[in-house]
Design a protein around this ligand. Structure first.
Ligand code: MN
Length: 363
């Protein structure tokens, strides 16, 4: 599996006018080799014919045994210095680097690599591995289904336990505990619980504020299973809510369902975004939907493709998209409803359909 992924990267090098590629992003390292150290704990150097994983002694024992076929392991604390020596040995003269590289390291490569010979150059490569990661294989889709399922089951288990007077933080901690009890490895971000006027903060972190009758509460959560994450949002009501809040909830729900209904292989990310945005704009809340409709999910909580107003990304079978329209009225109320959708050859599979989108009211 890893050897095939590395081969796919190598096949694409010529398109970027490079014959070597230094991979430094932690999720990309994991995708290509299974290396789990993370960004800053090792690098992968892909040359015309050879590949080296360069890391330090903390990972040596494990990766002596779990090295993908055809990859050599080099142990050092000086990843970048050694990578430059190996690049020379691999006869790389145009070396690609990932744009997330810290400037300090870019500067070192720029100084060191250009000296290899007169033609040597380092070249920024935008999102080559990220682009390959967008379409998931069967094993990745299976992990994404498991991640969604434990999250769905835990949320449904939690709902009847909620009541007015609980704090946002108590709800976040409760959900984290229920999902982990079902086997999730960790949360992929601090669980968001934003109630009442705080609901208008799209990424409001959970606080000690109590949820009160008359409020809507938005819960946004994602958990890793087998290295792949879910990303789900639901908004529920506490007691009786005002008419405008109820109206906004229904608009967001309609926008979510409309965007999901148009998903199929071959559509553009922009068309899906438009489907949601049109509903919200027509209802008079265009300005209050101030983020994109969705994004890819996989090893990372946010990855390609973009489901946004200005996305060139084409949607293909095997991608996992979030669909998460929202309306945020400052100092009043916020609603977001987010599902995780696998794009299939003839439509889609909604991994999070198990949590109702009818407005849930707790007391
Ligand atoms: Mn999301």
């Amino acid at each position: 599996m890893y050897s095939e992924r590395i081969a796919r990267v190598r096949k694409n090098l010529a398109a970027f006018n490079i014959n070597g590629f230094l991979i430094t992003d932690g999720d990309n390292l994991k995708y290509l080799t299974g290396f789990y150290g993370g960004t800053g704990d090792g690098v992968l150097l892909i040359g015309p014919d050879q590949t080296a994983l360069i890391t330090d002694a903390r990972y040596e024992t494990d990766f002596r045994d779990h090295l993908p076929e055809g990859v050599e392991l080099l142990i050092t604390r000086d990843y970048y210095g050694v990578a430059m020596l190996v690049a020379k040995r691999y006869k790389i003269n145009n070396l690609g680097f990932e744009e997330s590289l810290p400037f300090r390291i870019f500067d070192f490569l720029d100084e060191t690599f250009e000296g290899v010979d007169a033609d040597s150059d380092i070249v920024p490569v935008p999102e080559l591995v990220g682009w390959l990661r967008q379409v998931k294989d069967a094993n990745e889709l299976a992990a994404l289904r498991r991640a969604a399922q434990v999250s769905v089951d835990a949320y449904n288990e939690m709902l009847p336990m909620l009541h007015a007077g609980m704090t946002e933080r108590e709800i976040a901690n409760l959900l984290d505990r229920l999902v982990k009890a079902r086997g999730a490895e960790k949360a992929s971000f601090d669980t968001i619980v934003a109630s009442g006027v705080r609901g208008a903060l799209p990424h409001g972190e959970a606080t000690d504020k109590k949820i009160m009758p008359g409020e809507l509460v938005t819960v946004d959560f994602g958990y890793f299973v087998d290295g792949y994450t879910s990303d789900i949002t639901r908004t529920f009501a506490v007691g009786q809510i005002d008419d405008e809040s109820r109206k906004i909830y229904d608009i967001v729900k309609t926008a979510n369902e409309k965007a999901i209904s148009v998903i199929k292989a071959g559509i553009s990310g922009t068309s899906i975004d438009e489907a949601a945005r049109e509903i919200i704009a027509d209802a008079g809340y265009g300005k209050e939907f101030n983020h994109s409709t969705g994004h890819g999910v996989g090893l990372a909580i946010h990855e390609g493709p973009a489901v946004s107003a200005n996305s060139d990304d084409q949607i293909e079978a095997g991608m996992l998209l979030t669909i998460e329209p929202g309306i945020y009225v400052p100092n009043h109320v916020g609603v977001r409803i987010e599902d995780d959708i696998i794009v299939t050859a003839d439509g889609f599979e909604n991994l999070t359909a198990g949590i109702t989108k009818d407005l849930v009211v707790i007391n």
